[in-house]
Design a protein around this ligand. Structure first.
Ligand code: MN
Length: 699
C-alpha cells in the first residue's frame, strides 16, 4: 500500500502547485473513516482508495481528483456525510465524491446485461465532470486487480462480465486504452478461464523462443528500412490474450493461423516511403497471402489510411505490420473515436467531435489543468436517464414527465397510464423526472390519453400518440352526433327520401363522403335547412340561409343554467306535463327524457357517475313536439280528416310520415307541436273519435 508521503510526493512530482494539505487531510480522514474495515484479501479496506488514487497519479491528475479517489467510498461505506466532506474538503471535492457515490449506487441497481449500452450512456451522463468517471474507472480497475480474492466464483464472474460489458467500453470511449486492455485481460481470465490459460501459455512459448522477441523483431525491421534510406520509427506490441481470443472467435481460426499475435507499426515520412517500406519488407520475408491491404489507395469508410501486411518472419512467426505516415497515424488515433461513434449508431451530431476533442486532449494536453479545462462532458447534457422497476434504463430529454416515460417504454403503457410512482412515491403525471429516478407507471386497461397531457408531455412520441388518440375520439363523437342530427333532419322532411338522395345531397353540398357531411352537421358548419334543402330541394321552404328555428327553443326547463343546450330526447318525445329528467352527454349538452323512457333506463345503467344526471322540470312553456302514430283507414280524405282534427285542437303538424301501408289501413307518424300534456291528451282523444281513425298512440 502506498504510504501517505509516497502518494503526496507522486502528485507533487508532476504538479508542484498541488494542495499538499488537502491530500494529507483526505488521507487521514479516509483512514479513520474506514477504520478496521477489511477487504476480501484481508488487507485493511483503506488500502483500496489509496491504490485507486495511485492509479490516477499515473494519469497525472489534479489534487482534487486524487483527494476524491482517496475519499470515494467514505459516503457509501462509512458514517461520513456529504456535509462533512464539503466542510473539510470544499465544494469541488464534495461534488466529485457525490458523483462517484451516485455512480456506485446506480451500478448496484442494474442487473441485466442487456442494459449495458444504456448504462454506459447513463454513466457518461451522470459524470458531468469527466474526473468522476476517471475515478470510477480507476476504482473498477483496482477491484478487477484484486478480484481473485473474492471467494465465490459466481460473484467473480458477474463482476468480470460487468467490466467487460460496461467499463472496458467506457474506458475505450474516452480514450483510456491502457485501462481498457487491462480490464479486458482481467475479465477475460474470469469469464473464459480455459481459453485464457491456453492463449497465455502459447504466448509464453513464443517468448521462450529467445528473449524479448518483440524488441528483436522491431530493431531488425528498423535496420532493414533505415539501411535502404527510409527513415522509419518502428514500435512493436504483443496483442493481449482477450483480443487474440476475439480474433480467433471472429475468424474461426486457430492460434497458429493467427498472424496478429505480434503487431508492428512503422511510421515513415511520406506516402512514397510507405510503398518503398512495404516493398523492402516483402522482399525480405514472404508475405502471408490474402493479408495485404492497401488502405492508402482505398481508405476505409471512416477515412482510415494505412498499409497492412503480414509476413512469415524468420521462417516461423507470423507478424502483422502496419505502415503509415505521421499524418495518417494521427488520423488513425482520432479515427478510433469516429469508428466508435459509427458503431454505436450515435445520433447526436456533436458527439463524435466531442470524443475527438477528448482523445486529442488526453493525447496532447501539456498539463493537468489544460486537460481538465476541456473535459466537462458536453455530451448528454440535455438528456436524463430513468429506470423501470425492472432496472431497465429509459433515455429521455430533460424536463420529461412520467407520461413521456410511459410512452418511452411502450405506446400501450402511455395510453393506459393513470398515475405514476417515482422512487416509490405516488406523484402527479406532470412531475418532472430527475436523472436516476426509478419510475413506475400505474396503468388501467380502460383508460385513454387525457387532453391535458399535451400541456406537460415533451417527447415527440408522447405528443404524437396523445394527439392521434384525441383526434380519433373527437372524430368518433362528432360522427355519432352528426348521425343523430342527420336522422333528426331526415325525420323532419315532408316526405321520405329515396336511396340516392344522400349521394345527390353530397354532390350539392360539394362534400366528398357521408362522414364529411356528418362532421359538418355536428360542427354546425351546415344549417339544418341547408341539409334539408340538399336532401330534398324545396323542403326548407326557401329560407336556406338559416337553420330552422330549433324546436327546443320553444320551451324552457327549470333547473338548467341559462344558455345550456338541451335536446328533447327523440326516443320518448317528452311534452310539457311529462315527468322528465336530464342526462348530461359529453358531445351535445343535455338530453331531456320522460322519466319512464325505456331508452333512459338503459342509459342509466351505462352512466358513469351521479353528476351525469340533471334535475329538470317544465317551466313556462310555449309548446313542445310530440310524436304520435295514427292508424288510419285506407280511404280518400282520411289524411284531411286528421289535419282538420289537429287544427281544431290548435296544434301544429311539424312532420308527417307514412310508415307502412297495407290494403286496409296505413300508419302515419306525426310530430305535432302542443303547449302541454293536457292539450295532447285532448288532441289524441279527438283523433280517436274520428271515423277514419282506428288507433292513436304516443310513440
Ligand atoms: Mn471503491
Amino acid at each position: 500500500m502506498l504510504r501517505q508521503y509516497e502518494l503526496v510526493d507522486r502528485v507533487l512530482d508532476y504538479d508542484p502547485e498541488a494542495d499538499e494539505a488537502l491530500l494529507n487531510r483526505a488521507y487521514v480522514f479516509s483512514m479513520h473513516a474506514h477504520g478496521s474495515q477489511k477487504r476480501a484479501s484481508g488487507d485493511p479496506y483503506f488500502s483500496h482508495p489509496i491504490e485507486v488514487a495511485g492509479i490516477l497519479t499515473d494519469l497525472h491528475l489534479d489534487d482534487e481528483t486524487i483527494a476524491t479517489a482517496i475519499l470515494h467510498d467514505t459516503i457509501e461505506d462509512t458514517v461520513a456525510t456529504p456535509e462533512e466532506i464539503a466542510r473539510l474538503f470544499g465544494p469541488a471535492v464534495a461534488r466529485l465524491v457525490d458523483g462517484v457515490t451516485k455512480l456506485s449506487k446506480i451500478e448496484a441497481q442494474t442487473e441485466t446485461a442487456r442494459a449495458a449500452e444504456n448504462l454506459r450512456k447513463f454513466l457518461l451522463a451522470m459524470s458531468d465532470d469527466i474526473r468522476v468517471l476517471l475515478v470510477k474507472l480507476a476504482d473498477r480497475l483496482h477491484n478487477m486487480r484484486t478480484l481473485h480474492h473474492i471467494a465465490k466464483p459466481e460473484k467473480r464472474r458477474r463482476i468480470a462480465r460487468e467490466t467487460m460489458d460496461i467499463y472496458a467500453p467506457l474506458a475505450e470511449r474516452i480514450g483510456m486504452y491502457e485501462f481498457m486492455k487491462e480490464m479486458q485481460t482481467l475479465a477475460f481470465q474470469q469469464i473464459e478461464p480455459e481459453a485464457y490459460e491456453s492463449i497465455s501459455r502459447r504466448l509464453e512459448q513464443l517468448k521462450i523462443g529467445g528473449g524479448d522477441k518483440i524488441a528483436m523483431i522491431a530493431s531488425g525491421l528498423t535496420l532493414l528500412l533505415t539501411r535502404a534510406g527510409v527513415d522509419a520509427q518502428v514500435e512493436g506490441r504483443e496483442k493481449h490474450p482477450y483480443s487474440i481470443w476475439r480474433k480467433m472467435a471472429e475468424r474461426h481460426i486457430s492460434f497458429e493461423q493467427l498472424s496478429d499475435v505480434m503487431a508492428f507499426r512503422a511510421i515513415v515520412p511520406t506516402v512514397e516511403d510507405c510503398y518503398r517500406a512495404m516493398g523492402l519488407i516483402h522482399r525480405r520475408w514472404p508475405m502471408v497471402p490474402g493479408r495485404f491491404k492497401d488502405y492508402i489507395s482505398t481508405p476505409k469508410r471512416n477515412g482510415y489510411r494505412s498499409l497492412h501486411t503480414s509476413v512469415i518472419h524468420a521462417g516461423n512467426a507470423r507478424i502483422e505490420i502496419q505502415i503509415r505516415t505521421p499524418e495518417m497515424h494521427a488520423e488513425a488515433e482520432f479515427g478510433v473515436a469516429a469508428h466508435w461513434a459509427y458503431k454505436d449508431k450515435v445520433k447526436a451530431g456533436n458527439q463524435t467531435s466531442w470524443i475527438r476533442d477528448l482523445v486529442e486532449i488526453l493525447d496532447t494536453a501539456a498539463s493537468p489543468e489544460e486537460l481538465l479545462e476541456h473535459t466537462r462532458m458536453a455530451m448528454y447534457q440535455d438528456r436524463i436517464f430513468a429506470f423501470t422497476p425492472k432496472g431497465e434504463l429509459i433515455q429521455l430529454p430533460k424536463g420529461a414527465t412520467p407520461v413521456d416515460f410511459a410512452y418511452g417504454v411502450h405506446t400501450d403503457l402511455g395510453d393506459q397510464a393513470v398515475g405514476a410512482k417515482i422512487n416509490g412515491r405516488v406523484v402527479p403525471l406532470k412531475t418532472i423526472i430527475e436523472n436516476g429516478d426509478q419510475v413506475q407507471i400505474l396503468r388501467s386497461k380502460g383508460q385513454t390519453p387525457q387532453p391535458n397531457w399535451l400541456n406537460f408531455a415533451i417527447t415527440g412520441k408522447a405528443l404524437a400518440s396523445i394527439r392521434r388518440h384525441l383526434r380519433h375520439t373527437e372524430r368518433d363523437e362528432q360522427l355519432k352526433l352528426g348521425r343523430k342530427l342527420l336522422d333528426d333532419i331526415v325525420h323532419r322532411l315532408p316526405a321520405q327520401i329515396g336511396a340516392d338522395a344522400l349521394a345527390h345531397a353530397l354532390q350539392r353540398l360539394k362534400l366528398p363522403d357521408e362522414p364529411a357531411l356528418l362532421i359538418a352537421i355536428a360542427r354546425r358548419t351546415l344549417s339544418d335547412a341547408q341539409v334539408m334543402e340538399s336532401l330534398m330541394p324545396g323542403a326548407a321552404g326557401g329560407d336556406v340561409g338559416h337553420a330552422l328555428a330549433p324546436q327546443k327553443s320553444a320551451i324552457s326547463i327549470r333547473g338548467l343554467t341559462a344558455g345550456v343546450a338541451y335536446d328533447l330526447a327523440q326516443c320518448c318525445h317528452p311534452v310539457p306535463g311529462d315527468r322528465i329528467v336530464g342526462l348530461r352527454r359529453p358531445d351535445a349538452g343535455i338530453e331531456v327524457h320522460v322519466i319512464t323512457c325505456a331508452v333512459l333506463s338503459e342509459l342509466a345503467e351505462r352512466a358513469e357517475s351521479e353528476t351525469d344526471w340533471v334535475d329538470v322540470s317544465w317551466g313556462e312553456t310555449e309548446g313542445a313536439v310530440a310524436r304520435i302514430s295514427i292508424e288510419v283507414r285506407n280511404e280518400p280524405g282520411a289524411l284531411g280528416v286528421i289535419a282538420t282534427v289537429i287544427g281544431a285542437h290548435k296544434a301544429n303538424i311539424i312532420n308527417l310520415r307514412l310508415d307502412n301501408r297495407d290494403t286496409g289501413f296505413h300508419t302515419n307518424t306525426i310530430d305535432v307541436e302542443v303547449h302541454d300534456l293536457p292539450q295532447l291528451m285532448r288532441l289524441m282523444a279527438g283523433l280517436r273519435a274520428a271515423d277514419a281513425v282506428n288507433a292513436v298512440e304516443r310513440v
